[in-house]
Write a protein that binds this ligand. Structure first.
Ligand SMILES: NC(=O)C1=CN([C@@H]2O[C@H](COP(=O)(O)OP(=O)(O)OC[C@H]3O[C@@H](n4cnc5c(N)ncnc54)[C@H](O)[C@@H]3O)[C@@H](O)[C@H]2O)C=CC1
Ligand SMILES: CC(=O)C(=O)O
Ligand SMILES: [Mg+2]
Length: 627
């Protein structure tokens, strides 16, 4: 090292040391009430990302307002003792090792490493994620994201996204400007009330918004600088969290009725005022709000509900795949007998979409709808849903079986799942119940009576421990001549040890998860410039996914693409959504591609347009310029 370099180094070192002394002495002033404050020349995220000034959750509310931090931190203010206690609890937990199902005992440790990279270098993070999507999707998304949400207060380090709380009423329109990005394309918002199948996790649910947006970046190439995870904290009804001194959210019961809607209305108005072209994906809202909010906003805002609409499309694609896997044409779908366990936001979303698809295939008449309706038997926590049920949920009412018809079938209101399966002998058993192990040995044994040449088991609940059955359970009882799909990934099953009858030795596990649709739907909405998300666009997305698999693949029982092809399928789905938006005359264009230019694009041109607008993780060349 030359003498000049040494001098430069020593002078910069002394500057650094000087700065450190100044800051540490200044910081000691601020710790005692009434002392001279430290002057900072930063605001907002810049402060949170500066290790000298950052106090994390210990910023007081007045400081948060003074420094444009409102909304950038969870609403519960902690003191430094509590912060340390939270950190130590998490550190100790590492020793116990994280477990989520039999698959990967180190999943949470991997999440931490990836998360640290995410905080340090986004480009590198997404490069790693895209190149290893098969390995790391189960870490940043289901199942590990469920574990992350459950342990969120311990894992919380650097905030990611925005928090709008009941305490922020009247402030949202201004606090939305605390987010530093001038442009936001995609928001995933949750109120934490039903995170995967894990119930009310309150503010910890923000992990699901972050995980979904990771897939938006990795699969759809949405620019990571233009995504915003959001948590709306209206309280929690989780008694454990309400009593936990380490909980980061509001410690009050959830707002209800008009008060709840007012908060969500204010949030929607605020984000669409600042970013009129943003798309808002509603995620993991409990069913009672999922449907109401969807109806409330779907005709006036660019929004959709992933659990209701995304899941429906993925299930339809899978069900059509299951028909093809029997060597039958898709048009035979209306003949399938389907038992659905779970009548929440996801189950009802699937039922409505499946009925519509069948009815369309049958000619879209009233009789077609009635006939389609009779193909479903719905079982919820109280058993088989029939017209005999008191206080039936209005969303489930169209699928309630007629009492007389059920008498003929030997089934009663509230009949158990195993009774229903035994009597109906369905082609498909589909679970969206959030009850792990619901497809018990008895239920799977009953599926042996299925009249299908190739019965299908969809254990779609997440995360892994909430799956209605494991792949091994399904294949070991039913043999390899079935179609199996699950919401969280399972490894293919080696059937040789089970010595079961069948025509092969490997049970193929499909991942039936809305991740195959929502990134493409979001990208298609963005690039088409449609002001709303229509049923036609969702249908086009589902059909595109259904048609993606080749005849050869479906005959092997492979009804969804491997996740390694998620970027390709997402691109095609986006193109299908744009095409539909053009046909519905809703496409307004995006940036320099106006509506007229968009209409002129050929199929190939459209794919190219989508591809060219997908962000890829490459380092840009940086140049410094003074303001
Ligand atoms: N694979 C995927 O892409 C998706 C999976 N899901 C999963 O679906 C599950 C349910 O989600 P939501 O519908 O929003 O929840 P929800 O809580 O609104 O609905 C759950 C439903 O299951 C029923 N249920 C409870 N116990 C039952 C039992 N023993 N037998 C039959 N039914 C029972 C309840 O009565 C209710 O109708 C969650 O685990 C979630 O992770 C949700 C969306 C997408
Ligand atoms: C996959 C998903 O959206 C869920 O389990 O809620
Ligand atoms: Mg969800």
């Amino acid at each position: 090292m030359g003498i000049g370099n040494k001098l430069r180094l020593s002078s910069s070192l002394s500057r650094m040391l000087h700065r450190r002394i100044l800051y540490s002495s200044a910081r000691s002033f601020t710790t005692t009430e009434g002392h001279r404050p430290t002057i900072v020349h930063k605001r907002s995220l810049d402060i949170l990302h500066d290790p000298w000034f950052n106090k994390g959750t210990a910023f007081t509310m007045t400081e948060r307002d003074r420094l444009d931090l409102r909304g950038l931190l969870p609403p519960n203010v902690m003191d430094s003792e509590q912060q340390i206690q939270r950190f130590m609890t998490d550190l100790k937990r590492l020793e116990e090792q994280a477990r989520d199902g039999p698959s990967d005992p180190n999943a949470l440790a991997k999440w931490r490493i990836l998360n640290r990279l995410h905080d340090r270098n986004e480009t590198m993070y997404y490069k790693v994620l895209i190149a290893n999507i098969e390995e790391y999707a189960p870490i940043v998304y289901t199942p590990t994201v469920g574990l992350v949400c459950q342990n969120y207060s311990g894992l919380f380090r650097r905030p990611r996204g925005m928090y709008f709380s009941a305490e922020d009423r009247g402030e949202m329109m201004s606090m939305v400007y605390n987010w530093p990005a001038e442009q936001v394309d995609m928001i995933v918002v949750t109120d934490g009330s039903r995170i995967l199948g894990l119930g009310d996790l309150g503010i910890h649910g923000i992990g699901i918004s972050v995980g979904k947006l990771d897939l938006y970046v990795a699969a759809a190439g949405i620019n990571p600088q233009r995504v915003l995870p959001v948590m709306i904290d209206v309280g929690t009804n989780n008694e454990k969290l309400l009593k936990d001194p380490m909980y980061l959210g509001l410690q009050q019961h959830r707002l209800e009725n008009g008060e709840y809607i007012e908060v969500i209305d204010e949030f929607m108005e605020a984000v669409f005022t600042r970013w009129p072209n943003v798309i808002v994906q509603f995620e993991d809202f409990q069913s009672k709000w999922a449907f109401k909010l969807l109806q409330r906003y779907r005709n006036s805002y660019r929004m959709f509900n992933d659990d209701v609409q995304g899941t429906a499309g993925v299930a339809i694609a899978g069900l059509l795949g299951a028909v093809r896997a029997q060597g039958r044409p898709m048009i035979d779908f209306p003949k399938m007998k389907i038992v659905v366990a779970g009548a929440g936001s996801a189950g009802i979303g699937v039922l409505n979409a499946a009925r519509k698809t069948m009815a369309r295939m049958l000619g879209n008449t009233e009789t077609a709808f009635d006939s389609a309706q009779s193909q479903f038997w719905v079982v919820d926590a109280q058993g088989l849903i029939t017209e005999g049920r008191d206080n039936i949920d209005p969303e489930a009412l169209p699928f309630a079986r007629k009492t007389k018809e059920m008498d003929r079938q030997g089934l009663k209101e509230g009949a158990s799942l195993v009774e229903v399966v035994r009597e109906v002998k369905p082609d498909v058993l589909l679970g969206l119940s959030a009850v792990g192990g619901l497809f018990s040995k008895e239920v799977l044994e009953a599926m042996k009576g299925s009249t299908s040449t190739r019965p299908a088991i969809f254990a779609m609940s997440n995360p892994t421990k909430n799956a209605e059955c494991t792949a091994q359970e399904a294949f070991s009882i039913l043999g390899d001549n079935i179609i199996f799909a699950s919401g969280s990934p399972f490894k293919n099953v080696d059937l040789v040890p089970f010595l079961v009858a069948g025509n092969g030795h490997v049970g193929h596990c499909n991942q039936g998860n809305n991740m195959y649709l929502f990134p493409g739907i979001g990208l298609g909405i963005l690039l088409s410039g449609t002001p709303i998300v229509s049923d036609g666009m969702l249908q086009a997305a589902a059909e595109c996914l259904a048609a993606y698999m080749s005849e050869e693949e479906v005959l092997k029982g492979i009804i969804y693409p491997p996740i390694s092809r998620i970027r390709d399928i997402t691109k095609r789905i986006a193109a299908a959504v744009i095409k539909e938006a053009i046909e519905e005359e809703l496409a307004g264009g995006y940036r320099e591609m106006d509506a007229r230019e968009l209409q002129k694009l050929s199929e190939e041109g459209l794919m190219e347009y989508v591809e060219n607008n997908m962000w890829s993780p490459e380092y840009p060349t940086l140049v410094y310029k003074d303001d």
